[in-house]
Design a protein. Structure first.
Ligand code: GRG
Length: 291
C-alpha cells in the first residue's frame, strides 16, 4: 500500500544526501564541516520529502525544490545536534550513531549546528531557487518557522515544561508541539506552493495536522519503541516525568487522536485529487512508523 511513498521517500533522501555531499565538500575539511556531513547522513528526510512532493503538486521540478528541501533538513539537523547536547536532552545516540558532541566535542557540535542553520538560509537564497520575491518569501517564512516564534520557542516551552508537568494540558502540549516540531514540518510542506508563488493554505492545513500526528507518534515510540529500531534513547519522557500526548490521553487515546489527525490531513488535500496520493500515504506512514 505504501510503495509509491516508500520509493519516493528513499529516492528523495538519496538526492538530498548527494547534494549535501557536493555542497559540504566545497568547504575546507575541518572537524566542524566533517561533523556537518556526518550529521546530515541518515534519517528519513521526511521534511525534505514534503518540500519536494509539495513542489511537484505545484508544478515545480526537483532541480529547484532540492534547495529548500536541503534547507529544511539543515535546520532539522541543527535542531537535533543542539537538542542532543548535555545542556539540553543530553543524548549519546542519534540515528543509531554516536551524537556529535560524543564523536567530536561540545564546541564542534555547537558550531556544526550553527553552521547548518546559516547554510539553510544560503540554500533558499540561491539563484536556482527562483525569483528574488520567492527567495525572500522562503527565507522570511523559514526564519519565522525556526526562530523565536517557531521551533526555538517550542523548544524553550518544552524545557520549561520539564518543571511544570502538573499544569500541562492537551491544549498546552498542542501549543508547544505546534511550534517545536510542527512549525518546520509546516514550512516544509508549504514551501512548494511558495516556490510557485501560490497560496500555501491547503498544504498548511495538511501539515498542521500532520505535524501533531507526527509528534503523537513520537510520544508513542518513546513508550513502545526499542532503542535499536528507533535509533535513539527511549523511555526518556516517562523517566523525566514529562507530560506528553500519551501521559495525558493514554496510549489508546493518543492512537485515536493520531488517526483523527491523519484523516484531517488527508481531507485538507481533497482539492488536489489523485495527485496528492503520495502526501496522503506520507500522513499514514507518520503514525505507523517504527523509527
Ligand atoms: C535545539 C533549537 C533547538 C530545537 C530543538 C525539534 C527539536 C527542537 C528537537 C528534537 C527533539 C525531538 C527528538 C523531538 C521529537 C520529534 C522529532 C523532531 C523527532 C526526530 O525527527 P525525525 O523522526 O528524525 O524526522 P530523522 O532522524 O528521521 O530525521
Amino acid at each position: 500500500m505504501y510503495k509509491a511513498f516508500d520509493e519516493s521517500l528513499t529516492d528523495t533522501a538519496g538526492q538530498i544526501e548527494k547534494h549535501f555531499e557536493r555542497v559540504l565538500s566545497s568547504f575546507d575539511q575541518v572537524p566542524v564541516t566533517q561533523a556537518m556531513a556526518y550529521a546530515v547522513r541518515g534519517g528519513k528526510k521526511l521534511r525534505g520529502f514534503l518540500v519536494i512532493e509539495g513542489a511537484r503538486l505545484h508544478g515545480i521540478n526537483v532541480e529547484r525544490a532540492i534547495w529548500p528541501a536541503m534547507a529544511a533538513e539543515a535546520i532539522h539537523t541543527y535542531s537535533l545536534i543542539h537538542d542532543d547536547l548535555p545542556c539540553m536532552d543530553d543524548d549519546s545516540l542519534r540515528r543509531g550513531q554516536p551524537t556529535i558532541h560524543v564523536k567530536w566535542d561540545e564546541a564542534t557540535a555547537v558550531l556544526a549546528g550553527d553552521a547548518l542553520q546559516t547554510l539553510a538560509f544560503e540554500m533558499v537564497a540561491r539563484p536556482e531557487v527562483g525569483s528574488a520575491d520567492v527567495r525572500a518569501d522562503l527565507g522570511l517564512s523559514l526564519a519565522r518557522a525556526s526562530g523565536a516564534g517557531g521551533m526555538v520557542y517550542g523548544q524553550a516551552l518544552d524545557i520549561a515544561a520539564e518543571t511544570e508537568s502538573l499544569s500541562a494540558t492537551v491544549e498546552s502540549i498542542n501549543h508547544l508541539q505546534k511550534h517545536k516540531t510542527g512549525a518546520l514540518i509546516q514550512w516544509s510542506a508549504e514551501a512548494g506552493a511558495r516556490l510557485a508563488g501560490e497560496d500555501p493554505s491547503r498544504l498548511g492545513a495538511y501539515s498542521h495536522a500532520l505535524g501533531l500526528a507526527f509528534q503523537i507518534a513520537d510520544d508513542i515510540l518513546d513508550v513502545e519503541g526499542d532503542i535499536d529500531t528507533v535509533g535513539k534513547a527511549v523511555g526518556k519522557d516517562a523517566d523525566l516525568g514529562k507530560a506528553t500526548f500519551v501521559s495525558l490521553l493514554g496510549l489508546k487515546g493518543a492512537r485515536q487522536r493520531a488517526r483523527d489527525l491523519v484523516a484531517e490531513a488527508c481531507d485538507a488535500l481533497s482539492s488536489y485529487g489523485k495527485d496528492a496520493e503520495c502526501l496522503r500515504q506520507a500522513a499514514h506512514f507518520v503514525i505507523l512508523r517504527q523509527f
